[in-house]
Write a protein that binds this ligand. Structure first.
Ligand SMILES: Nc1ncnc2c1ncn2[C@@H]1O[C@H](COP(=O)(O)OP(=O)(O)O)[C@@H](O)[C@H]1O
Ligand SMILES: [Mg+2]
Length: 331
């Protein structure tokens, strides 16, 4: 097996952001302390990739890393899902340690899959764990883990967290830890519309002393070696749906930018597909609106890379379609 990572897996740019996350979480410190970081940024901007790099930095340093994900289940989200994932993984990796926690802090067994106490519908003599006992139990278990080894907790995509998970996180941030526990939560800032439930909560979290924020901006040409950037952006292109790819290919043949009506004509997409394609390409940071009625590549270099990637016949066809579109009388 080759030892070097494939190019698509290498971290491009982000050295500064990685250093900042490592500093805020205390990852490089001889005597780490408790910390919390809110990592925000648009969908696809690289939060997960950066957190993977942070995790890589933690490997081999004696830190324990536990990751939990929030999933897009809407209102039917399972309560405390990321915490169940995190403790479930701990139970797989270190069953004896998980057993110690389950014994020492019984209420936290509610979020330890496989060690859940029978519910009261199954056994009448088992009291239901109330919320504050659960919060105390989970907090104490995490603090205990931090005493065993410095602990990095990563909770991904909290824009999808349900109320119970948000409340438990609020409790963790407010309470803090007396052992080295660093919690990093990630969320999509472009998703937080005015009435999104995380919006107010994240603002509250940010005001808690000891909670820091890192907001990721798009990689820019200056951060990155040009060859890497083109490669990265072509990878991103693979994730687009066909209408978006078509929009992007057409735009690459247009040169600097393209008017909406010309794009519609040359792409040969109907209104819905065209809108969907454009929205997709803009959300993925491939295209940007350029003026009231036109679009351009966010990075000129990506436009060139896409253009170079077109088949020779495709290029000829696109150019012919441009000539027709530009010659046709506007309606
Ligand atoms: N700095 C980077 N270096 C290499 N690949 C990256 C980088 N940032 C993002 N990517 C790639 O772009 C895609 C989207 O990034 P991801 O981390 O999943 O975004 P997010 O979690 O913010 O939605 C992934 O395929 C990821 O590997
Ligand atoms: Mg992600």
């Amino acid at each position: 097996m080759p030892l070097d990572l494939p190019v698509a897996d290498a971290l491009i740019g982000r050295a500064e952001e990685l250093d900042r996350l490592a500093a805020l979480t205390g990852l490089d410190e001889a005597a780490p302390r408790a910390a919390a970081v809110l990592l925000s940024g648009d969908a696809g901007i690289g939060k997960t990739r950066l957190l993977a790099a942070l995790r890589g930095r933690a490997d081999g340093t004696g830190w324990r890393v536990l990751v939990g994900h929030c999933l897009d289940f809407g209102e039917s989200a399972l309560p405390y899902l990321p915490f169940s994932e995190l403790f479930g993984r701990l139970d797989t990796e270190s069953p004896s340690l998980a057993q110690v926690l389950a014994d020492a802090y019984p209420p936290m067994r509610r979020v330890m899959p496989g060690r859940r106490p029978p519910t009261d519908s199954e056994r009448d003599d088992v009291p239901r764990v109330d919320r504050s006992e659960l919060f105390e139990g989970v907090h104490a278990a995490i603090e205990h883990l931090g005493g065993d080894a410095p602990l990095l907790v990563v909770i991904e995509d909290v824009h999808w967290a349900d109320q119970s998970t948000r409340d438990l996180l609020s409790f963790m941030f407010a309470r803090g830890f007396s052992t080295p526990v660093s919690i990093v939560v990630s969320y999509r800032s472009d998703d937080l519309h005015r009435r999104h439930p995380l919006r107010a909560t994240a603002a509250q979290w940010a005001r808690v002393p000891g909670v820091d924020r890192v907001d990721l901006s798009p990689l820019c040409d200056a951060d990155v070696r040009p060859r890497d950037l083109a490669g990265l952006l072509l990878v991103r292109l693979d994730q687009l749906d066909e209408p978006a790819r078509q929009v992007v290919r057409v735009t690459s043949a247009a040169g600097r930018g393209i008017a909406h009506d010309v794009l519609a004509e040359v792409a040969g997409l109907d209104g819905t597909a065209l809108d969907q394609g454009l929205r997709d390409a803009v959300e993925r940071h491939v295209l940007v609106p350029a003026g009231p009625d036109s679009y351009a590549f966010r990075h000129a270099m990506l436009g060139e890379a896409v253009y170079d990637d077109l088949l020779p016949g495709e290029r000829v066809r696109l150019h012919a379609a441009f000539v027709r579109a530009l010659a046709a009388p506007r309606t």
